[in-house]
Write a protein that binds this ligand. Structure first.
Ligand code: IMP
Ligand code: MG
Length: 185
C-alpha cells in the first residue's frame, strides 16, 4: 500500500496512505503559477491574505512567497457548530483576523473545498465587514458545489472524491506535515 509513497518521497511512515495524488514537485509548480496569477489579478491597494487554519498553513506559507507584491497576512480559525455528524454548515470564528478587513482586498486561503458549507459561511461572515473585494484561493476543490460562489477565483487542483491528507490536510490531526498529498482511502 505504501509503495508509491515510499518510491517517490522516501517516506516510510504511512501504513494507510494509498497513493500519492499530487507529488511535491507538482504542488510546487502549481503554487508558483497561482502566486503569479494572484500577483496579476489584484489592483493597487492593500492585499490581506487570510489563511483558514489549520489546513491552509503549509499552502499559505508557500503561496505568499510566490506573490510578488506588498501584502499582509493573518489567519482565522473556524469551527463548526453542533454535532459533527449533522453538519449544519454553520461556523463560528474561534480566532478572528486581528487587523481590520474594511477597505482591504481580502484573499481567503482554504485548503480544500468539499461540500462548500464552511466556505459559504466564512464568506457571509467576511462580506459584512466591508472588504474592498473578497476572493478565495483554494488549493483543492472537490467540485461538489452546484453553484460555486464567484469569489472562488483561484483553485490549485480539482480534487478526486477521496479523503486526502498531507500538505496541511489532516485525518484526526495526523499527516499534515507530508510534503505531498495522498489518498487515505
Ligand atoms: P466543507 O465545509 O464540506 O467544504 O469542508 C471543508 C473542510 O473539511 C476543509 O477545510 C477541511 O478541513 C475538511 N475536509 C474536507 N475534505 C477533506 C479531505 O479530503 N481531507 C482532509 N480534510 C478535508
Ligand atoms: Mg480538517
Amino acid at each position: 500500500m505504501t509503495s508509491i509513497a515510499s518510491k517517490t518521497t522516501g517516506w516510510q511512515g504511512g501504513g494507510n496512505v494509498r497513493r500519492v495524488v499530487f507529488d511535491q514537485e507538482t504542488i510546487g509548480q502549481r503554487v508558483r503559477e497561482l502566486g503569479a496569477e494572484i500577483t496579476r489579478a489584484f489592483p493597487e491597494g492593500e492585499l490581506l491574505v487570510v489563511g483558514a487554519l489549520k489546513g491552509s498553513f503549509i499552502f499559505l506559507s508557500d503561496l505568499v512567497r510566490a506573490i510578488d507584491r506588498p501584502l499582509q497576512i493573518d489567519f482565522l480559525v473556524a469551527s463548526s457548530y453542533g454535532s459533527e455528524k449533522v453538519s449544519s454548515g454553520a461556523v463560528r470564528l474561534l480566532y478572528d483576523p486581528a487587523v481590520s478587513i474594511e477597505g482591504r482586498h481580502l484573499l481567503l486561503v482554504e485548503d480544500i473545498i468539499d461540500s462548500g458549507r464552511t466556505l459559504r459561511c466564512l464568506l457571509d461572515l467576511l462580506k459584512v465587514r466591508g472588504p474592498a473585494s473578497l476572493s478565495v484561493c483554494a488549493l483543492l476543490d472537490k467540485q461538489l458545489m452546484p453553484s460555486p460562489p464567484p469569489e472562488i477565483r483561484f483553485v490549485g487542483f480539482p480534487a478526486p472524491k477521496a479523503f486526502l491528507v498531507g500538505y496541511g490536510l489532516d485525518y484526526a490531526e495526523e499527516y499534515r506535515h507530508l510534503s505531498f498529498i495522498a489518498d487515505l482511502g
